[in-house]
Ligand binder design. Structure first.
Ligand code: SF4
Length: 224
């Protein structure tokens, strides 16, 4: 369909294929990181900060993700990060399975066709249900390997937004589970893509990197 990953991004940022384009957001968000990385993270959908910046996982959830990734030796510029669904639903509600499927069929599938990662991390329930099956549950199925429809191995873990809602022992337990899931993913990647360097000496400042996109998006009227 598209001849390059950047051509895909240009088309994605103009998408109005479903009713979410009229949900009072700033338009579709795309992806960030390295498109030839062996590791791809697929999250759920954009929150408020991501809607402003036009890229996934740069707000509070993204900052927590960065810390978790640092604990297993990964910086965000060395991996590919995207979302199942690209437009922020009104009121930041969780997208439905149907909305996720519709958007991901159009965009995520095409992205991953270009990226061809060796391993995918499904971050949270929406990504798990799209990549594994609608009956899957993040609390039960996280930490288990499965094969996606792209024939790429994947493992699911909790979305950082979920961790941000936890406290006390529940939070400690969930943090360790995420750590072991991410560790398993990076170990599998090292096995399938030996020698790949997952860590930059200076982690990227994603908010700075996408500041001009934010100014551009905020300068346009909200879609409704
Ligand atoms: S949610 Fe996806 S399919 Fe719907 S308008 Fe946004 S980018 Fe297009």
């Amino acid at each position: 369909m598209f001849s390059s990953h950047s051509e895909l991004e240009t088309a994605l940022l103009l998408c109005n294929k479903c009713k979410l384009c009229k949900d009072k957001n700033h338009g579709p968000t795309s992806f960030n990181g390295t498109s030839d990385s062996p590791l791809a993270i697929v999250g759920e959908g954009p929150g408020g900060v991501e809607d402003e910046y036009g890229v996934p996982l740069v707000g509070p959830s993204g900052q927590l993700l960065d810390k978790a990734l640092a604990s297993v030796g990964i910086t965000r510029d060395k991996i590919y990060t995207s979302n199942t669904i690209k437009c922020r639903p009104l009121g930041n509600r969780t997208p439905t399975i149907e909305e996720g499927q519709f958007c991901a069929n159009h965009w995520l599938d095409e992205e991953l066709r270009f990226v061809q990662p060796k391993v995918i991390i499904a971050l949270g329930s929406v990504a798990l249900k799209y990549l594994y099956g609608p009956e899957k549950r993040i609390t039960k199925d996280r930490g288990q390997w499965f094969t996606t429809k792209y024939d790429i191995p994947a493992i699911a873990t909790y979305h950082p937004a979920y961790l941000l809602r936890l406290t006390g022992k529940e939070l400690v337990k969930a943090k360790w589970e995420v750590y072991y899931d991410l560790k398993a993913a990076v170990e599998k990647c090292q096995e399938l893509a030996p020698g790949y360097d997952f860590k930059s000496s200076v982690p990227p400042d994603l908010l700075k990197l996408y500041a001009s996109r934010r100014i551009d998006r905020l300068g346009k009227s909200i879609r409704k």
